[in-house]
Design a protein around this ligand. Structure first.
Ligand code: MV4
Length: 512
């Protein structure tokens, strides 16, 4: 793909997005010598992506529906700026087949998968059928959509309780219900059907056997327009809250080398079955016995792509651009390897002590971590406002280490360096709690980890578990200090009743 630069390559890319992913795409453009065109809503006039891009065009009022999701305005900006391609990032238009088609009809290149692949994978039942036919394992359940509680009962009898009832038009945790036994079945089925009808305008649903202690492990794929497809290994994404990923890592601490190879092969088979082109992700659910099943395909670049980039050295956003320009993948499967370990923490303007409500506002002081093995993909700067209108992500803090232990050490160090103050709250302490939780340290967790383990106490301080975790961290620090005295984390636990969290000292620099 290095040779793809000449006449094949785009001159100007319009980025139909905002925040850190817009900045990430601008960086890829700059590396490739391509001009970047930002778009911005009224709320984003002073946003980082606007400052970083070569040119920027206003696209309307703050609400996304009137700006970042306004097809006419985005295409108008593409035309005025003489862009030759559009990158949608994630969210917004990224998985809207109709928008992809509009871009192409306007004579522009869509930097993403073919519209037909977005469509087929967008319908969860259709995707399940297609994958099953392609020899991709799916969770045992109904072959297609169901209409009545009696049909659900018949399937449940075959596969056994508990089951999951899922809306066909759902995905990402919407329209999803757990059913323990025959008794609740009829009412749950009615609820899912009516909720699906009102939220998606489509009341169809299907059924799967409930997988116990499920893990969410996904495989990155890259496909070019010449029929070459590779997988770029897995990401472990089980640390989630309300179906929003919180921490991601690669490799997964759970899977074996044999499973990794099998999941990779299956992911490539899945992508081939939809004639996929561009970067995409096959999501798997993995049960306690290490069986893996296809869950969904994400037909976009994902938030967590940096962990894959850190362990493989592949620049996924650059690859998307080069693939869209018609380049061939410059590597074969055998050329790709995972080296070391990467972890990403999503840093949000939200208040964990108040049920994780968004807590955006103006950032007064900002110190980003850096140093060995640290990457921070941010969408903000000191003095910037995190707007109330959009996802309140501040940055993605990612680290690389030679192994998982070093990656965790570096993440703790980086979280310790991170300072954000101002009229907002952040989940930094929450991440510090996760990075010291014995279950996380052991790699022993599933998708219910946060629900089960995190119980913030009334006064909004760190959770009870965090105090234990902090003592644990202090013990680790003390042990490390026995070997080499670097001072970091060396403060002893102070008074017995004082928060052990505070006793760590350097973790309390935010003072709120
Ligand atoms: C499941 C499951 C257990 N068994 N399906 C939630 C999001 C949706 N896309 C799929 N989800 C689940 N489906 C069966 N048959 C558990 C979940 C689940 C989950 C999956 C991925 C990531 C986080 C999750 C959190 C709770 C439940």
């Amino acid at each position: 793909m290095a040779g793809s630069r000449g006449r094949l390559m785009f001159k100007r890319i319009l980025i139909a997005n905002r925040g850190e992913i817009a900045v990430r795409i601008i960086r890829a453009c700059r590396d490739l010598g391509i001009e970047s065109i930002a778009v911005y809503s009224d709320a984003d006039r002073a946003a980082l992506h606007v400052r970083e891009a070569d040119h920027a065009y206003p696209v309307g009022p703050a609400p996304a529906a009137e700006s970042y999701l306004n097809t006419a305005k985005i295409l108008e900006a593409a035309k005025s700026s003489r862009a030759d391609a559009v990158h949608p990032g994630y969210g917004f238009f990224s998985e809207r087949a109709a928008f992809a088609r509009s871009v192409q009809r306007a004579g522009l290149t869509w930097i993403g998968p073919p519209a037909h692949a977005i469509e087929r994978m967008g319908d969860k039942v259709e995707a399940r059928k297609l994958m099953s036919a392609a020899g991709v394992p799916v969770v045992p359940g109904s072959p297609g959509t169901l209409e009545t509680a009696a049909e659900v009962a018949a399937i449940a009898k075959k596969i056994g309780f508990p089951i999951m009832v899922k809306a066909a038009a759902g995905g990402g945790g919407k329209g999803l219900r757990f059913v323990e036994n025959d008794k609740d079945l009829a009412s749950v089925v009615r609820t899912v059907a009516s909720e699906a009808k009102s939220s998606f305008g489509d009341g169809r649903f299907y059924v799967e056997k409930f997988l116990k202690q499920p893990r969410h492990i996904e495989v990155q794929v890259l496909a070019d327009a010449h029929g070459n497809i590779v997988h770029v290994f897995e990401r472990e994404c089980s640390i989630q809250r309300r179906h929003q990923k919180v921490v991601e890592e690669s490799p997964s601490p759970f899977i074996t080398a044999k499973m990794r190879a099998e999941m990779g092969e299956v992911a490539v088979r899945a992508a081939k079955a939809v004639k996929y082109v561009s970067a995409g992700t096959i999501e798997f659910l993995v049960d306690a016995e290490r069986n893996f099943y296809f869950l969904e395909m994400n037909t976009r670049i994902q938030v967590e792509h940096p962990v894959t980039e850190l362990v493989t050295g592949v620049d996924l956003v650059r690859a998307q651009i080069e693939i869209a320009a018609g380049a061939k993948l410059p590597f074969k499967q055998k050329d790709l390897t995972q080296r070391g370990w990467a972890i990403e923490c999503r840093i949000y303007a939200e208040d964990p002590a108040a049920g994780f409500v968004p807590a955006p506002g103006k950032i007064e002081t900002l110190r980003f971590p850096d140093g060995p093995g640290v990457r921070n993909d941010a969408g903000v700067y000191a003095g910037a406002e995190v707007p109330v209108f959009y996802d309140p992500m501040i940055s993605k803090l990612a680290v690389w280490g030679a192994n998982r232990e070093q990656a965790i050490d570096r993440m703790r160090r980086a979280l310790g360096e991170f300072v954000i103050s101002g009229d907002l709250r952040t989940n930094l302490d929450f991440h510090r709690w996760i990075m010291t939780h014995p279950g996380f340290l052991k790699g022993d967790f599933d998708t219910y980890f946060i629900d089960r383990e995190y119980h913030p106490n009334q006064n909004g301080a760190a959770p009870r578990g965090a105090e234990l975790a902090a003592i644990f961290l202090a013990a680790i620090a003390a042990q490390k200090n026995a070997n080499h005295s670097n001072g970091a984390g060396a403060q002893p636990v102070a008074a017995p009743n004082a928060s052990a969290w505070r006793a760590i000292g350097r973790f309390d620099i935010l003072g709120r």
